[in-house]
Design a binder for this molecule. Sequence first.
Ligand SMILES: C[C@](O)(CO)[C@H](O)COP(=O)(O)OP(=O)(O)OC[C@H]1O[C@@H](n2ccc(N)nc2=O)[C@H](O)[C@@H]1O
Ligand SMILES: Nc1ncnc2c1ncn2[C@@H]1O[C@H](COP(=O)(O)OP(=O)(O)OP(=O)(O)O)[C@@H](O)[C@H]1O
Length: 285
Amino acid sequence: MDALKVPAYGKINLTLKVLGRRPDGFHNLSTIFQAIALQDTLTLSRCYEGIHLEVRGARLSAGPDNLVYQAAALLQQRYGFPGVRINLEKRIPLAAGLAGGSSDAAATLLGLNYLYNLGLTPGQLAREGAKLGSDVPFCVLGGTALGRGRGEDLSLLPPAPRLWLVLVKPPFGVSTAAVYQGWDAAPSRQNPEPPDEDRALAALRAGDREQLVRALGNDLEIVTCRLYPEVKAIKLRLLAAGAERAILCGSGPAVFGVAPDRQTAVSIASRLRQTYPETMVTCTL
Ligand SMILES: C[C@](O)(CO)[C@H](O)COP(=O)(O)OP(=O)(O)OC[C@H]1O[C@@H](n2ccc(N)nc2=O)[C@H](O)[C@@H]1O
Ligand SMILES: Nc1ncnc2c1ncn2[C@@H]1O[C@H](COP(=O)(O)OP(=O)(O)OP(=O)(O)O)[C@@H](O)[C@H]1O
């Protein structure tokens, strides 16, 4: 085989409930993960030794601190393949809450398993991925899934009705750890737009787009909006431009606006892009 191209899709959380802090410092969640069409692309090819990574499209290290490198090193240590060259083309904004790094790591695991016939099941790859980050197991699985525990305890759900999305990323990143710390320290955790997981699950079973849109919500929004008031301003701008809902992506700071159709999404995006150049239109997968 020559080169293997593997897509690495971003994700949003349709609902995200924080259930509490665990003794290991992580937080138990109940969240509905949803893959989106926005993707990075990895191209992998075999070589005789080493891990050789090249990154395009973002200012990001290609060394051992890159999650792609870490995913390849993990499989190389355990399963002993000779070497790999990986070209990573970034499109998913960095440190946005869209799981870009986690998805790149998952695509590396999937790609190497195929390239070197390692014979690992998706479940085994997800378990390896959990060592790299809480979102990696979902990124291995993809689609629509309910995540419990720190996000790694997954059950597949029926595919969501297609939602057209406008993603807006302000010009700063957010540390996921800082947001969870902010959750622990929060004086009040009253979420004015609480996620309605039961309604979302029923909506997925019934394929009911309208109920799904009503049920969206993310508990981490209270923390991220307090730490970064601009996130709240982006939500309001999206709603004023015609989005039905505007919800934080993961721990943020990107926000997704839900548009009634593709054309409206494009017109909302063109308004928001004047202030936020990292605005893009995508949809659920
Ligand atoms: C916000 C979400 O994206 C929602 O899907 C995830 O919960 C974050 O997942 P992630 O970025 O893969 O997070 P990790 O790389 O595993 O953890 C980064 C840091 O976030 C905190 N963290 C993460 C996940 C979780 N369930 N509880 C936590 O408290 C921990 O302090 C951890 O040190
Ligand atoms: N391949 C990669 N792509 C993006 N970031 C990476 C990668 N490898 C390592 N990182 C580091 O991880 C940090 C978080 O990146 P990422 O884009 O995955 O955040 P995120 O979208 O908030 O992730 P999540 O939603 O899983 O919390 C970056 O600031 C970067 O230093």
